[in-house]
Write a protein that binds this ligand. Structure first.
Ligand code: ADP
Length: 401
């Protein structure tokens, strides 16, 4: 079966075409600047040259039509006909409490996703645009939605509730939902396969650290706790997000600086984190370069980042009463030797011992960086959210045939 995985943002559509007979990627690409005067389509067929096309693409239906045109193009195409695509999988950020796993798209499913717009006003509306655009371009082809929150629906009430008046949960669904669930689920499964141990027996801390970042305590294959909350603002210090802080800071600063709701929202989501402390960049490469050059602000940003990450690892070891495996993934987790080194060098009380040489290797494959003596396996596993969505799509479409 060939299937298309789509990740639609407000002005972009990312795609990957899979052949599920061997889970190979036939082509992938990105449409950017949808709705702007010069939209850019970048298409990369596997084994062939990347092509870029600039044109005016005003909305998502046209964007997906252009993608399909590229997929069947004589020069850069990989399909004889669009009819070869037998299913479409979509990434959706928020599944609320309704979606505990991926689902076949129906009218009711689309209405549920719309009802969740309140909880993810920036992310869920474009996902519906993507679904509608795919339906228009490929009528009759089954569509599946995979949610970033679904994996975390196993969290118990004591974990997902905030200690605030319960009426807010009942009336407005205020609770912890988490994010990056597809990635946490994927890397925890790959970790068990890599170690050749049953997932059910393992206590795993998955560190998905990119520009955004979250940790998950995966016990016996299910998410027991995760660091993001009602929104992705809770938890770790991130590229431009503050992560955890005293909620009173918000009202205090709003009062002192006379900030509006949207201004304080923007401050905490877009102007905090590594960017705020370094004063120069939200990118971990710049932070570690700055630190190597002796920049005190970059050094402080790094130290705060590492300290907060390490505290979360400790708290999840406590939450699960132990840890067997720590997994690093996403942009920083997969690439930053120094972040992994510094975090792990201060986890000796857990029995963590990382081999400095193994930590330096780059392979793009799952690999162990801990020593044979380490009491905790430390792994670097490249995440692959698209593949996870493709697998769910394939399974659900087959189940519903
Ligand atoms: P997003 O959350 O946007 O998906 P990514 O997972 O792509 O983010 O991660 C982006 C982060 O990864 C940036 O902070 C970037 O600096 C970091 N990163 C990427 N490559 C490296 C590298 N070689 N060394 C250190 N950090 C890296």
């Amino acid at each position: 079966m060939k299937l298309l995985v789509i990740n639609a943002g407000s002005s972009s559509v990312k795609y990957q075409l899979y052949d599920m007979t061997d889970e190979s990627v036939l082509a992938k690409g990105l449409v950017e600047r949808i709705g702007m005067d010069s939209s850019i389509l970048t298409h990369k067929p596997t084994g062939k040259e990347e092509v870029t096309e600039v044109s005016e693409i005003l909305e998502h239906t046209t964007a997906i039509r252009k993608v399909l045109d590229k997929l069947i193009d004589k020069e850069c195409g990989v399909l004889a006909s669009v009819d070869e695509i037998q299913a479409v999988g979509h990434r959706v950020v928020h599944g609320g409490e309704v979606f505990k796993g991926s689902a076949l798209v129906t009218g009711e499913v689309k209405s549920e996703i719309r009802r969740l717009f309140d909880l993810a006003p920036l992310h869920n509306p474009p996902a519906v645009l993507g679904i509608t655009a795919a339906e228009k371009n490929m009528p009759g082809v089954p569509q599946v939605v995979a949610f970033d929150t679904a994996f975390h629906q196993t969290m118990e009430e004591k974990v997902f509730l905030y200690p605030i008046p319960k009426v807010l949960y009942k009336k407005h669904h205020v609770r912890r939902y988490g994010a990056h669930g597809t990635s946490h689920e994927y890397v925890s499964k790959v970790a068990a396969e890599y170690l050749d141990r049953p997932l059910e027996d393992l206590k795993i801390i998955t560190c998905h650290i990119g520009n955004g970042g979250s940790l998950t305590a995966v016990k016996g294959g299910v998410s027991m706790d995760t660091s993001m909350g009602l929104t992705p603002l809770e938890g770790l210090m991130m590229g431009t997000r503050s992560g955890d802080l005293d909620p009173a800071v918000v009202t205090f600063v709003m009062n002192k600086e006379e900030l509006s709701l949207s201004e304080v929202n923007s401050m905490l989501n877009k102007h905090s984190g590594l960017l705020a402390i370094s004063g120069s960049s939200s990118d971990m490469r710049d932070i570690t370069d700055g630190m190597a050059e002796g920049d005190p602000n970059a050094t402080l940003a790094f130290e705060m980042y590492e300290y907060r990450l390490r505290k979360y690892i400790g708290s999840y070891a406590a939450a699960m009463d132990g840890v067997d495996v720590i997994v690093f993934t996403a942009g920083i987790g997969e690439n930053s030797v120094v972040v992994r080194e510094k975090v792990c060098e201060n986890l000796t009380y857990l029995g963590v011992e990382v081999d400095p040489e193994l930590n330096k290797i780059r392979s793009g494959e799952p690999r162990r960086i801990s020593t044979p003596n380490s009491k905790v396996e430390v792994l670097v596993i490249p995440t692959n959210e698209e593949l996870m969505i493709a697998r769910d799509t394939y399974r659900i479409v087959q189940e519903n045939q």
